[in-house]
Design a protein around this ligand. Sequence first.
Ligand SMILES: [Zn+2]
Ligand SMILES: [Zn+2]
Length: 294
Amino acid sequence: MRTTPSPPVDVAALLPDLAPLARTTVRLHPRPGDPAAGESSLGGPLLWPAGEPWPMCDGPKGYDHFDEPAEAEVPLAPVLQILAEDVPELPFPDDADVLQVLWCPFDHEPFSSPRPQVRWRRRSEIGEVLAVTPAPDEEAQERHLPDPCVLHPERVVEYPSWDLPDELWDEIARMDEATGESYENDLSVASGTKIGGYPGWTQNPHWPVCECGSRMEHLLTVASWEFSRGDEKRWIPVEDRPAMAGWTWDAADDHPSKPIQNPAGLMLGDVGGIYLFMCVTCPQRTVDYRFDCS
Ligand SMILES: [Zn+2]
Ligand SMILES: [Zn+2]
């Protein structure tokens, strides 16, 4: 279990205009482990039907804008698997009860980032499960291949930061002054890898619009780190705080804080995140993604 400290003030009571904007996110709190294919995980083995071809990418094999002519069929990497009983809040379509996210670990346009794909599955239809996950391409960078982590889902109420209407910032500045708190750092958007709630944008919001005309909903964020400088007060779980003692930004790789802050060994651009979105209006549940970083 991982527990985010309670908010130091009641935002909705102090600022009623924010109350309707509250959303519950499910922080996944990935931590290094040995998840089985039948468990929810980050970077773990998937419940993949043994008879179904593993997804491959044949796009450009590029990093840092040095695109080589073509990928020779690069296997996608398993990123997230979520079982419905662990996160029933996910809008599973058509009786599906597993969400799987994979991505190509090479940089893809338009964001120069890994390119994700989503699979929704029904466990009763999977049959024999693939026993061995295909090895990643030998040129794929470690920082784009999440190390296996088990998950500790926790519900936290969020309020928008980047997605906040402009006219509310003055009221928030007054609330911060009156309470001595920082809305932006500690009361709004949870950091780290999570389902639902608000996207963990680092830059201005860039919501995808479905071809049906609806703005898509935030499905999940895969973050490089679980928290960054400025997030320490609120977003480090209470269970992890003892291991954070002596934490510094240049701590050695074997410091106990490392698997808490960077559990999967990811580095997406400059501490960036990949945000998946889904249209909940269309029956086909169109998915799109965004990437940004510092
Ligand atoms: Zn690719
Ligand atoms: Zn749509």
